[in-house]
Write a protein that binds this ligand. Sequence first.
Ligand SMILES: [Zn+2]
Length: 495
Amino acid sequence: MNIKLYNSLTRSIENFIPINSDEVKIYTCGPTVYSFAHIGNIRAFLFADLLQRVLKIVGKYSVKWVMNITNIDDKTIRDSKIGSEAWLKEWGDQSNDPHKNLNTLTNFYENEFFRDIEKVGIKKNDLFATPRATDYIKQMQDLIAIIVNKKLAYASDGSIYFNVNEYRKTDKYGKLLKIDFDNFKAGLRVDTDQYERENVSDFVVWKGKKEDEPFWDFYLNGTNYPGRPGWHTECSAMKYELFGLPFDIHTGGVDLKFPHHEDDIAQSKAGYGVEPTNYWCHNEFLEVEGSKMSKSLGNFFTLRDLENKGIQPIDVRYAMLSAHYRTKYNFTIKGIEDAKKARLRVQDYIYSGLEKIDFAVKNNEPTEKINTLKNNIFAHLADDLHTPKALATLFTFINNTQIDSLSECEIFDFINVMKEINEIFVAWNFAKPDAKKENNIPANIIQLAEQRLIAKQSKDFAAADNLRKQIIELGYNIIDTKDGYSVVCSLSVQK
Ligand SMILES: [Zn+2]
């Protein structure tokens, strides 16, 4: 099926056409590993994961997905510096070698990052490469050398800056966001990795060495510039090295459009002479209870914070995927609870289907009814990854179709189609309820189930219903069978 994507470069939805029809290359700006991933980060990586899964499952492409690890930038250096507050709180003893401290800090958070994203259903194995910035210093220096030799960058006080004004004589600066150049002062320099659009100026591509900071020698035209790369330079060099340019899709949150992605385009164009990426895809912001997430407002959550509140990471995935990636996502605890209920409603339907069919009898016949459902869901996913419409289509089907009204053939087909859809949503379990009965169901759940059976036998359906609700709230579900019931764990998700 043809995939359509919103391209930030053209500000329009376009038919996606890969450079090589056999393989789509996606580069995702990965985490800066100086702390645990917060839920805003998680949304950006879930978007990238959704994109690569839709390209595989709906578009039938093979995908080469790269996500870099920013293990050197202003923040990682700040937190690994000798005597830094963040460090002392976490580890205590420190080495005198800034490189060693940087590695300790960033390796720790990199491992934790991959642990976190696996919990929300992003498989590290789906990533072709996860390059660390510090492993590509040579390639970054090579890129900077070309730009300097083309007179599009210059040295000043031991650092090297990209000359925006010079670049603008031959190319556009401001491809992703409109930039007002009225107040632009040529030669004004910015040293930080992050800065506002209003402060557009010559940006740093190589930062001169500072005391107690990790650095690398950089011999350029007979002079040594000991220092370290600017953040924007990292992605330009890594994607060139791993993919070659141009390649298909670069993803990130909208906050990366400027300066990170704009500067990336300018450097790649200046250094390698080509537009680096055909499709720039960005996900919108995440807010918490209607406000910008910030530590000072007390509404800043890491995935771990949510787990401590008893929220399952997989419900965070489902809730975030229930909203379109280009709309602001308003994170609320109530929203997560509602998403969980919706997810379990589908799970119940799947379980009822599994109860009614015998998998020993193979039945792979596609049926018209289910084929239509699948085509409709896939069409929404192909249309700029419209997950809310895809899920609405699924719910309309479930709400209007009693499982008993489906033939055995249709149920077989439904389960198979749902398995395919689950390759994108990673939200449901397909183990037959009986097979799960052996799984350690806690005694209190069994007790509730027994009470419910008794209530049902004595025709106290209100009490039976109430007990069923309690069981569901505790993360389990109960399926009626010929011999009584079977209890399953609703929360477990098939890996
Ligand atoms: Zn990047």
